[in-house]
Each structure stands twice: as C-alpha cells, then as structure tokens.
Design a protein around this ligand. Structure first.
Ligand SMILES: [Zn+2]
Length: 254
C-alpha cells in the first residue's frame, strides 16, 4: 500500500455492514477513491467523512480496492452553505456532477480546484444558481462536449442572432439557418451568456448580476443541452428541480 498526503473533498458516505462506512473522496492527487472506515460511530471520523468536508488527508491507497484514512485535518465543511436547503441542494448537485464527470482513480487537480473554488464562492454568499450554471458549462468538456456558441459553424461570423443546431453542435447565423431545419431557437441572450460562461473565471463572477427570469431561461437552455449531450440522471438534480418547483409554489402563496 502506498501512503499519500493530499487535500480531499468528501463526495458521500454510505453504511457498510453494521458499524462501518464506505466514503468516496475526491482527492486532489489521486482522483476519486473509495475508503473503508471501520467502527465509525466510536471514532472521531463521522464528522470528518460527511459530504462537503474539505481537508488535508493522509491515506493508504491500493492500486485497486478500498483505501484507508490515516489522518484528517478538516479545513472546512462549508457551514453557511450547509445551513440553507437551497444552496445545499445546488452544492450537492455540483458534487454529483464532478463525481459523474471523471473515472475513479483518475487524478484531475484542475477539476478539484474548480469544484472547491465554486463551493468557496457559494460559501462566501455569491449567487449559487449562477455559480452552478458556470460550473455545468465549464465541466461539459469532461463529458466530451464542447459547444460552439461564439460563431456560426459555417461562416464563422459572430455577434448575430443565432439559432442552435444539435446536428452541427454549434450555432447558425441567419444566412445558414437552412442548414438545419430542426435547429433550436433559444433566447438570444441565453446563448450569449452561456458562451461567456464557458470562459469566465470565477473571480470575475462578482460583477455578474442576472435577473430571476434570465436565470430561469438559462437553466432551461442548459438542461436541454445536458439532456442532449450528457444524458445522466442524477438524484441531486432531480431534488434540485423539485425544490425549485416546491419553492416557487411557496413563494406564490406568500
Ligand atoms: Zn453563417
């Protein structure tokens, strides 16, 4: 077994036999790994293996099979984010997406940085809906997809009222609409903003202010892209969608 010291982010844990747990941790140096924690109720470990805990870990890793946690020094568990059911639902979706986007055991420090930075900004009170949209947009390449939103697939002109073609995986200008009779017509500012989100750095985010309506349009557009290109069904996303419906019902009643 190899001893590895790395930062890590707990994705989830689940009971295993009577007193033990399996914990999935996204480690910065060794990718996603499953760890075995024995007799968890009697140890200090329980609080350290909850989803969203970020810490410094010393692990014992094997080539295959379960690893073991030697030491943990918890940096944060994002208390503010966890204290609100909405931000928690969005953060849980970000975790589930990160989990689904790469293979176990495949190191991806850039993704690790991106996920923890996204969570840091949610914790700092920035708009978690916008952060999630940006996260989804920028993680698409891990699922093997890159959308061409900035220029027409045929003539490469930009700044025109584009439609989207799922045949060409990109936008079409009015001169080339006829190339795809089944092209999708999204609201123009949606494609424009999603294109910006592909490249925006999270630091720039503080200057982005979007109306509720625009965010709802973006959510719908991005959901369409995800259905078409990613086609995964995450429980965390279902929960988030139901929470949105349920939340808006409550707000209407007020
Ligand atoms: Zn064109």
């Amino acid at each position: 077994m190899e001893t590895v010291q790395s930062r890590g982010l707990v994705l989830y844990n689940r009971p295993y036999r009577e007193k033990d747990r399996l914990v999935k941790i996204f480690t910065e140096k060794a990718g996603k790994r499953m760890f075995f924690v024995r007799n968890v109720e009697k140890s200090q470990r329980l609080a350290q293996i909850q989803p969203l805990v970020v810490g410094d870990y010393i692990f014992k890793l094997r080539q295959e099979g379960l690893g073991y946690i030697d030491e943990v020094s918890v940096e944060t568990a994002y208390p503010k984010l966890q204290g609100d059911i909405y931000s928690l639902a969005y953060a849980s979706y970000v975790l589930a997406l990160a989990d689904a986007s790469i293979q176990d055991g495949q190191a991806d420090p850039a993704l690790f940085q991106f996920v923890t930075k996204t969570l840091d900004l949610m914790e700092a009170g920035l708009d978690y809906e916008v952060l999630t949209l940006i996260f989804e947009m920028q993680i698409l390449d891990r699922f093997g997809t890159r959308l061409v939103l900035s220029e027409c697939c045929f003539c490469h002109r930009s700044g025109l009222p584009f439609d989207y073609s799922f045949v060409y995986d990109g936008v079409l200008c009015p001169d080339h609409y006829e190339q795809d009779v089944h092209r999708a017509h999204f609201k123009p500012n949606c494609l424009f903003l999603l294109e910006r989100f592909q490249a925006v750095s999270l630091e720039e985010l503080e200057s982005i202010r979007l109306s509720k309506e625009t965010k709802a349009d973006l959510r719908q557009t991005l959901d369409t892209f995800y259905q078409e290109y990613v086609d995964i069904h995450l429980k965390a996303k279902k929960f988030l969608d139901s929470l949105d419906e349920w939340g808006s019902l409550l707000k209407e009643k007020k």
